[in-house]
Design a protein around this ligand. Structure first.
Ligand SMILES: Nc1ncnc2c1ncn2[C@@H]1O[C@H](COP(=O)(O)OP(=O)(O)O)[C@@H](O)[C@H]1O
Ligand SMILES: [Mg+2]
Length: 252
């Protein structure tokens, strides 16, 4: 699943970490892929001795025909019960490396189809805020997309472009791609605008919008800075919201 929206700061990384931890808490085998050179996800879940192997070298090796064992790129976070592949700043050059491949939009898909990844129930890809060749690779490698949006006036503006990208990917390389859902995140219920925006989103996108709304809570930044999810904080409202979301994601 790609966690995608080309807008920054809408809760993609927070959703990848917390939805991943929530799915893992439900007993699913989960792997997170950090596809953003800013490394926010990697920083949150990183464990001691994580080394410097990143998804950027996997992409490079794959495109260059260099032999690799993807297992060596998998890191394990004990607290969250999940595995992950970290990002590096080198990802910034990935689109130009991908462009040299004959199968430029299917490189990540080919990597993730290696038997090493077959044991996971869910692989969540934390996309960076862009709709470039790297994003297309994420969509091409996914069965589904989770789209976090903030309940703000301009929230839906970029969604048409994202839906067009999804549609193009579906038509060209990945017919099974579906939108799993649109997730309202960072929702401050004390603001009138929040309620209006959620109503508007449901009017436009109907049941594509998850019933679960992720509230605006300080836990999000706090947990990330303490390098864990909110799901593994007992009684966290944010963690509980993501556990509710995980049930919806699994049911869809
Ligand atoms: N539900 C939430 N409540 C409050 N702050 C949040 C919430 N979700 C995310 N944030 C904060 O908002 C900022 C952007 O979130 P992030 O997940 O990094 O977005 P993206 O990956 O889309 O850029 C971060 O500082 C994060 O801690
Ligand atoms: Mg992010």
């Amino acid at each position: 699943m790609s966690i995608a929206n080309q807008k920054g700061g809408v809760g993609k990384t927070t959703t990848a970490v917390n939805l991943g931890a929530a799915l893992a808490a439900m007993g699913q085998r989960v792997c997170l892929i950090d596809l953003d050179s800013q490394r926010n996800l990697s920083h949150t879940v990183e464990v001691d001795g994580h080394g410097n192997r990143s998804i950027a070298d996997l992409i490079y090796n794959h495109v260059s025909g260099i032999d690799y064992d993807p297992e060596q790129w998998l890191l394990h976070n004990e607290r969250e019960h999940l595995d992950y592949v970290q990002a590096s700043t080198m990802l910034a050059t990935a689109p130009s490396i991908l462009a040299t491949s004959d199968n430029s939009s299917l490189v990540l898909s080919e990597i993730l189809h290696s038997p090493v990844f077959a044991g996971y129930d869910y692989i969540l890809i934390d996309c960076r805020p862009a709709l470039d060749l790297l994003a297309v690779n994420a969509l091409a490698a996914s069965d589904a997309v989770v789209i976090p949006v903030e309940p703000e006036s301009y929230a839906v503006d970029g969604l048409a472009d994202l839906f067009a990208s999804i549609e193009r990917t579906r038509k060209t390389v990945n017919p099974q791609l579906r939108v799993n859902g649109i997730l309202v995140t960072r929702a401050d219920s004390r603001r009138k605008l929040t309620h209006q925006m959620i109503t508007d989103l449901r009017e436009v996108f109907g049941t594509q919008v998850y019933n679960t709304v992720i509230p605006y809570l300080a836990d999000a930044a706090k947990a990330a800075s303490e390098q864990h999810s909110a799901v593994t904080i007992n009684g966290s409202r944010l963690g509980n919201a993501y556990l509710e979301l995980a049930k919806e994601v699994v049911a869809r």
